[in-house]
Design a protein around this ligand. Structure first.
Ligand code: G6P
Length: 611
């Protein structure tokens, strides 16, 4: 959570930092601030609220420095307030620090520093960092650059938890130091200038060449040079990676919000995920996934572990993998998996799904699986993300940057990729070839079918206008449709703040039906021909109790429901990729009708890098 940005070059830093922070706001948005190095020393301006308020403050225009750091916050320690916002300074105003992550041992460090007469202004964990750097700087016997580096490396060794940190020091007006552990940080290389950020999209319009820092690596940055060090201050060599994302992909491109753009991008993002991985007449190809038939024959369980929307994609993936590969699949929230003793061993393949590749619980779960000798496969959307450094194999969804907090195109791409993995495994195992061939042709049709689904946007908007004042909404479905109900319900909660629940259709009568009264809205997904009659009976049970019904189906229905959105027929295994789209659009328009901030819903953040 939280976004950090930095600039060091010949241009004025302030507009570049503000631009970066505006792009990073999806990571946290309760306060924001920047520090620049001015002729008179380090100057810091920060406030509670959005980046736009910071940008409009009078004082900020007085900043002329060409080196600076910035931060947009998602509060963990200390409520959102100007004092608690970053950057934080040490007592002597020599160091300014922005930090992403959590310092778990900050209370002890604070006591230690207090006993040495340091004082604190904020309630944050971060404020110990600049003071600890100052303490180590004062106690260093080194001179010049080495003194600063030693102070920072010694400080990071004292910190427990996760951190990506940018540091300005008034004694080094032409430099910046950065360090990371378990929290993302990238350095973008320019000509006589360098950019720093927690996320590539925030600085993609300035450069496409990036250095990725590993845990406990430091960079000492000048305008025209970047030196990398390990935690013992040994120089290390790094190659820049060229990122092929189009800079425009991180812009709204004429759409009112990122979420609406990302919903509408799904024909393209799904096409990109498919790429050359499957074609009709040849075997699937996933070059980065080197799991052969001999290995696949040894595994007796697949675990899919993830959080939020990625977990619901995993639930759909379970049905596909079990159907094609005949291997039992278990799906679990990473935050649960990591704190119990899951039965995992060398015969278990563990798949971790994460759009950002930075979710703390998912990465911790992966480390646990590795320690139990399981092979680990990560599915991520962000090239070079932290999870890729831990997993045995990483495959990318290639959905393009997803900026809106509520995930849409990443979800559909994750399911497509899971389906391609299932095909790949079944081909290697030489089983279910007929099913595999059918699924391949159905996957190849998805991009054009998604375009068809998007044509329903206006009708869904009208339904949203009818129900946006609701207090409770129920989502139901059977089999794979139930996994879509869960995702639809999550989308609605996230961006419209309406309470909603998802149930397997057959479960309604075992309790929840007691909540159905006149005018309650029931949203039902019906895509499986074999289950449709059963599900309709469940819907009739609520209609007779006065419920309003919104149906998403690819079947011909001879019943009167309040709204029926018909989507193209597809293979039941991949139907979520089409049936989720009307639910995304519905949640979007309900949020708009309520006048809410669709892209940045309250209390949420795009990637949760804390436990
Ligand atoms: C946060 C986001 C969700 C997302 C989840 C997992 O809670 O708000 O939209 O599904 O994290 O994120 P990941 O990057 O691991 O897919």
């Amino acid at each position: 959570m939280c976004g950090i940005v930095g600039y060091i070059g010949e241009k004025k830093a302030k507009p570049i930092l503000i631009n970066g922070l505006l792009r990073l706001e999806y990571r946290g948005y309760d306060s924001a601030g920047i520090s620049t190095i001015e002729k008179s020393g380090i100057k810091t301006i920060k406030n509670k609220g959005r980046v736009a308020e910071l940008e409009n403050s009078d004082e900020i225009n007085k900043l002329n420095g060409t080196i600076g750091i910035g931060h947009t916050r998602w509060a963990t320690h200390g409520k959102p307030s100007t004092t608690n916002s970053h950057p934080h300074m040490d007592n002597s105003n020599t160091f300014s620090v922005v930090h992403n992550g959590i310092i778990e041992n900050y209370a002890g460090l604070k006591e230690f520093l207090k006993s040495r007469k340091y004082t604190f202004l904020s309630d944050t964990d971060t404020e110990v960092i600049p003071n600890l750097i100052h303490f180590n700087y004062q106690n260093s016997e080194e001179k010049g650059k080495k003194r600063l580096l030693e102070a920072v490396t010694n400080t990071s060794k004292m910190l427990k938890g996760s951190f990506a940190i940018e540091i300005l020091c008034s004694d080094f007006p032409d430099n910046m130091v950065v360090v990371r552990k378990d929290s993302p940080l990238v350095i973008g290389k320019g000509v006589n200038e360098n950019y720093i950020s927690s996320d590539i999209p925030a600085i993609l319009s300035f450069t496409k060449d990036f250095y990725l820092l590993n845990d406990n690596e430091f960079a000492f940055i000048s305008r025209d040079q970047i030196e990398f060090y390990d935690e013992d201050m040994n120089i290390i060599k790094k190659e820049a990676r060229n990122i092929t994302w189009d800079a425009g992909a991180a812009e709204k491109g004429g759409y009112p919000d990122f979420m609406f753009k990302e919903i509408n991008e799904q024909p393209k993002s799904v096409r990109e995920t498919i790429g050359a991985r499957i074609t009709q007449n040849s075997k699937s190809s996933i070059p980065d996934l080197k799991l052969d038939k001999e290995y696949l024959k040894t595994i007796n369980k697949i675990f899919i572990v993830a959080c939020g929307t990625a977990m619901y994609a995993g639930m759909a993936g379970k049905t596909i993998l079990e159907s094609l590969c005949e291997i039992p699949v278990e799906v679990e929230a990473a935050s649960e998996f990591r704190y119990r003793n899951p039965i995992v061993n060398e015969k278990t393949l563990c798949i971790f799904i994460t759009q950002s590749g930075e979710t703390a619980d998912t990465i911790a779960a992966l480390k646990l699986a590795k320690s139990k000798n399981a092979k680990t496969l990560a599915i991520s959307n962000v090239i070079g993300a932290s999870i890729s450094r831990e997993a045995d194999y990483t495959i990318y969804t290639h959905a393009g940057p997803e900026i809106a907090v509520a995930s849409t195109k990443a979800y559909t791409s994750q399911i497509v990729l899971l389906a391609i993995i299932a095909i790949n495994f079944a081909e290697k195992l030489e089983i279910n070839q007929e099913k595999v061939n059918e699924l391949k042709s159905d996957i190849l049709l998805l991009p054009s079918q998604l375009e068809e689904v998007l044509k329903n946007t206006e009708r869904i908007k009208s339904f949203a206008q009818r129900i946006y004042k609701e207090k409770d909404v129920f989502f139901i479905g059977r089999g794979i449709d139930y996994t879509v109900a869960l995702e639809g319900s999550l989308k609605l909660k996230e961006i419209s703040y309406i309470h909603s629940e998802a149930y397997p259709s057959g479960e309604l009568k075992h309790g929840p039906i007691a909540l159905i009264e006149n005018d309650v809205t029931i949203i039902s997904i019906l895509t499986n021909r074999l289950l449709v009659e059963k599900s309709i009976s469940n819907i009739q049970e609520v209609v007779t109790r006065g419920a309003k019904t919104f149906i998403i189906t690819n079947q011909e229905l001879n019943h009167n429901f309040d709204e029926v959105i018909t989507i193209p027929k597809t293979n039941p295994l991949i139907s979520p990729i089409l049936s989720v789209v009307p639910l995304q659009i519905l949640a979007y328009y309900i949020s708009k009708e309520k006048g809410l901030d669709v892209d940045k819903p309250r209390n949420l953040a795009k990637s949760v890098t804390v436990e």
